[in-house]
Write a protein that binds this ligand. Sequence first.
Ligand code: TTP
Ligand code: MG
Length: 350
Amino acid sequence: MAERKILHVDLDAFFASVEQLDDPSFKGKPIIVGSSSKRGVVATCSYEARKYGVHSAMSGLIAKKLCPNGIFVKPRMDRYVEISKEVFRILHEVTEHIERVSIDEAYLDVTYSDRSPCIIASWINASVKKRIGITISVGISYNKFLAKLASDWNKPDGIFEILPNDVPNILKPLNITKVHGLGKKTAVRLNSIGIFTISDLLQCDRQTLSYFLGKLRSDEIYNRIRGIDNRPLNLKTSRKSYGRETTFEEDIRSKPIIKEVLLQYLFELAFKLVKTNKSAKTVTIKIKFEDFSQITRSHSLLSYTNNLQILEEAMIHLVDNLTINKKIRLVGISLSNIVDHKNYQLSMFD
Ligand code: TTP
Ligand code: MG
């Protein structure tokens, strides 16, 4: 099997960065998202506030003491979700092999891309900056553990690659709390027997590790600190839609031609649904005109399906309702609202 090429992306000071984006007077200032009240908690803060020792999950009161000039802002979850979606849209332009970890964090498998992982990382970083206006850090390596470590290396706005030969030197001096999967309590127990760094942990035999971590976890950690992590990407939660699109060279305005192209794509997408044992409920078509204006039209079916004929009827209905008076540059179609076919059948019988 070819060595994998995994990227880990994580937005910088995410909620605080969005606040600085929406209110330019916040730029360069210590922004603390959360409340400074007695029971308030810090969700996150800008890097300007981190210099004072403020961090996520800290009491707002303490944050206020550490950073008296800090500007406290209430979280606006809807807005963060909106920006997160825009970021994931950019990521989906790179690959469909995405594991969404959280609102601001994801793994991408770019093993089979024709661009190098470094080029892709730079492209993601630049695109998020240019199209959205916030910064994202990207880590590159050959497994999830190392890619995540790498994205944290040059934060904020950093790109870092961990190559196989660098692994021992990079890992050894690190604090054991950096080992993904090794909890805080376990770290304290290991500290009590003099284990602080990964270098210390590398001296432990499997039996000792098993005593502290349990059999299952200890095998995983034993490998991880040696740079081995075969965990696959968990694609389930991220596969929100299946889509295809194409750009035209010549002037296309004819609805029959659009239908023909989209039907071809729909055929592929329906096949993909069947192959992955899934069903979809929403059909969306996208049209981009020569002046780069864009429209999308969606139709939600009454129930989930992977039946080509039903999906085709929805697509035809959408195309028939379009008004086309400009040259078309691009047409696309996607299926969303995707569920496991099996689960759906079960719920039907329920
Ligand atoms: P993180 O990625 O952990 O933090 P961050 O993006 O603010 O900072 P950075 O990645 O540059 O270190 O979390 C993403 C968002 O999730 C964060 O902006 C706010 C929210 N969050 C909380 O609400 N509470 C928490 O305890 C943490 C850790 C994050
Ligand atoms: Mg982040």
